[in-house]
Design a protein around this ligand. Sequence first.
Ligand SMILES: Cc1cc2nc3c(=O)[nH]c(=O)nc-3n(C[C@H](O)[C@H](O)[C@H](O)COP(=O)(O)OP(=O)(O)OC[C@H]3O[C@@H](n4cnc5c(N)ncnc54)[C@H](O)[C@@H]3O)c2cc1C
Length: 584
Amino acid sequence: MQFHKYDVVIVGAGGAGMRAAIESGQRARTAVLTKLYPTRSHTGAAQGGMCAALANVEEDNWEWHTFDTIKGGDYLVDQDAAEIMAKEAIDAVLDLEKMGLPFNRTPEGKIDQRRFGGHTRDHGKAAVRRACYAADRTGHMILQTLYQNCVKHGTEFFNEFYVLDLVLTPDENGNPAASGVVAYELATGELHVFQAKSIVFATGGAGKIFKTTSNAHTLTGDGLGIIFRKGLPLEDMEFFQFHPTGLAGLGILISEAVRGEGGILRNADGERFMERYAPTIKDLAPRDIVARSMVQEVLQGRGCGPNKDYVVLDVTHIPEETLNAKLPDIMEFSRTYLGVDPVTEPVPVFPTCHYVMGGIPTNIHGEALRDNENVIPGLYAAGEVACVSVHGSNRLGTNSLLDINVFGRRAGIAAAEYALAHEHIELPENPTKVVEDQLALLLSEHGDERVADIRTELQRTMDSHASVYRTEDTLKQALTDVQALKERYSRITVSDKGKRYNTDVLEAVELGFLLELAEVLVVGALARKESRGGHAREDYPNRDDTNFMRHTMAYKEGEGLTADVRLDYKPVTFTRYEPMERKY
Ligand SMILES: Cc1cc2nc3c(=O)[nH]c(=O)nc-3n(C[C@H](O)[C@H](O)[C@H](O)COP(=O)(O)OP(=O)(O)OC[C@H]3O[C@@H](n4cnc5c(N)ncnc54)[C@H](O)[C@@H]3O)c2cc1C
């Protein structure tokens, strides 16, 4: 075992982790631990844009952005956090510009902006141009820019280090405080203990719970799983976003920017069906509404293709030069993976699991919470792994690249300031025990279950029973299936027993996180007997503010894989926006 000591340890080198590192690294001795090389993080796959009310191409202001974010999130958004994000958005974009990000420009040389779902002028009157972008590679540019700036500031990276446990030391009252993390080095199989005064979790999402997803293979919810196993809460985990336009049958993302540039969804009759569901902003309604509408079209027999199981995205009316200039990757994805040329033919699309709205509950400084009120000293979270909650029950497109920059920055500053004002706290005796036991069990011969089989079955049941539409029956079926798979997981044996580059054993660990998070999702979804944002219950089709205008807080109760999920609730923070009926 190797031992390291830092002021601040950041777990994750996506947009959130590196934005935090730029701040923290200039103030305190900081290490960034990441299971991937930084530039392979999923932020680099983001396509469409990052929004800020710059008003570069038409009238706009941060108050309208705040309102859209809250209404888009179906009023489950903490309004104080949404105000901060919309206000700080402008500097967040300008900071990236100063760091060297090559945004697309208007003819006058200003940062260009385009339309995106749910972003409107004057409280819903019409779609507004708010998304700043670099073609359809905005995330790639953000990730590269942040990485180069980390290199410039001499950030210390530990690449291909898998953090498998958070070390907590109880204070004099028995409450947890963060004191370190345990990481597994892929190249050697060695364990490393990093002692730190503050720790920032920025490990991204968990889309691999589902089969049909836009998410990378690595998005297995590690940070969420580690926190949950410590008995700490996860907030609003029943809310997953299904992005309307995944390539049909594959789930690969076709950015909402395509509709922002004028793309139109059509059913088998060629009808622009979104006119019926969202008469004012049509194809640019928020994602939850568009995804549900697409599924309705298919259920009502108006789907396209031999099995009538998708709709199409039509851009044949947009000039080819515009498509090539503003959406080059999208054109390529469609040609490569479906053999469809968007210039001449509409592209088959269907909803794909895209984003987890829930996560580690934090306050506006990125401090992680151990219950509804109290922070865990020294622990921070930012990015998709966190729940501030700026996205409520449905995130607006382009608000995540914004979230990771605004709250990544805030968490980096707060973590460094905390570290400068405090001493290291002692690590408990034998900090690696949890991880050692976990790995020893997976590597020992105690059954013949295989990781790939269990993962496939998990993803299949979640796709069938817990995606865009859910009912009591489907969710109960998902719960039964997930619990049976957890039991089978306890009989997994990993065949590679080696030390070097043992990705088999790490995939087994990741599957353990996915199984537990799937259960948290389903238990929360069963209890939420209403439809709101990304959570649509056929048996409870309406939003129920009387009983469910509250955040879900899920805790693990008991030990090991047979533990239960206990639910508690937390009030939503309101500032000035009363919940209204959500029409677009
Ligand atoms: C295809 C696609 C397109 C998107 N397009 C847009 C868009 O146009 N606009 C927008 O706003 N949002 C978009 N999103 C969403 C947005 O990109 C993500 O929500 C956001 O980038 C997440 O950033 P992050 O820093 O939180 O996590 P990530 O970028 O996913 O980074 C996670 C980091 O954590 C590390 N990590 C994970 N587990 C461990 C572990 N156990 N130990 C050590 N390190 C670990 C990884 O190595 C990685 O560095 C898109 C998402 C996808 C999938």
